[in-house]
Design a binder for this molecule. Sequence first.
Ligand SMILES: Cc1cc2nc3c(=O)[nH]c(=O)nc-3n(C[C@H](O)[C@H](O)[C@H](O)COP(=O)(O)OP(=O)(O)OC[C@H]3O[C@@H](n4cnc5c(N)ncnc54)[C@H](O)[C@@H]3O)c2cc1C
Length: 401
Amino acid sequence: MDLALAPADAAFRDEVREFLATAFTPALREATKRQAGVFAEASVNRRWHRILYEKGWVAPSWPKEYGGTGWNTVQRYIFDSECAEAGTPALPAMGLQMCGPVLMGYGSDEQKAWHLPRILSGENYWCQGYSEPGSGSDLASLQCRAVRDGDDYVVNGTKIWTTHAQYANWMFLLVRTDNSGKPQQGITFLLLDMKTPGITIKPIITMSGEHEVNQVFFDNVRIPASNRVGKENDGWTVAKYLLEFERGHAFASRIRGALRAVHAIAKAESNGSGGALWDDGNFRRKISSVEIELAAVDFTERRIISQLSTGGNTGDSAASMLKLKGTETMQSVTELALEAIGFYAQPDQRTALGEGANESPIGPDYAATVGARYLNTRAATIYGGSSEVQRNILARLALGL
Ligand SMILES: Cc1cc2nc3c(=O)[nH]c(=O)nc-3n(C[C@H](O)[C@H](O)[C@H](O)COP(=O)(O)OP(=O)(O)OC[C@H]3O[C@@H](n4cnc5c(N)ncnc54)[C@H](O)[C@@H]3O)c2cc1C
């Protein structure tokens, strides 16, 4: 298997690098450096979204007819990797990577014509209403209820862990419309305008101190039946299709960037006996062991891309393996960073990290986000399918257990 870039792909990589060198402006770089969340906060991600939209590069995975780039699998991977290497803001996946593809697959012509251009431009900001208290991994047990009343569904219940609901003006959600059969059979997929009366959003502040997730309550919320995607009680089919897009690629580049930062910290921090932490054999051994994990993630990613680019189908087990190893390796890197900065991990740096903050972080600049990123990255092995669930998938699909 040839893992090297073909000349045309290398030329494409150079074009992306050239674009990033100017489009990812110093001000945006500075703002992004201070982000610790899964997705950059709205004020930052909207700016980057706009820049990519104007360039025509905001939706690499969409077909050209809907405003996508028309890039092949290798080009999309190169773009993802180069963005990760440059450290561009992480754009929320809910509109571009989740709802958009679902509407292309299952939406009516009217839904596609109205929603897709607004997802592309960033005018509409989406959140995902799947999980409920007690229904996460076992999503099919969800209980948020919708009852048909004339041309509307009337929704009552709650959703939890709803990322960026506080910014979103639209939500896609799963509701229970029937209880009579198997749990999967009575679920319906709806699109909700967040300005509809009866919605309450309560923030959940995570242990990293950030407001990324929320609990959303519905009290007799009326959703027009024309906002249903797919058939009534067939939302599980739509939901499963969407989950295929939830697991990202290009873990290796993001991990590599984070590990490079650990190298720099270890060279700057003292080992407590006159040298740098970088000279400490024990710490270097830990770095090497993560580097080996990273190499495995990197080669797995390249192997998958190589298979996809020659028309192969890698199946669910490859996506699960990458999600599992990618997130766990990233967690190891954040642990090393935490160890490297020592007691600078202690202060709560929230007030120094917000956009426009006029307070300096405590300690060296490189330490400011380490604590928050470490805490935030704990969630990576839970959302998008927990590590245990991924291992179950691998046991079934890859090992036949
Ligand atoms: C930061 C963050 C953002 C999120 N954003 C969103 C969002 O925007 N929208 C949304 O709908 N949801 C969101 N979620 C929810 C996420 O999808 C769920 O947390 C996840 O599916 C796990 O569900 P749960 O929290 O109910 O835990 P549970 O499913 O109750 O799991 C608890 C523990 O049991 C383990 N477990 C569960 N089932 C099995 C099994 N069959 N075998 C072995 N072990 C098992 C799990 O791995 C976990 O360790 C987010 C979560 C987090 C942490």
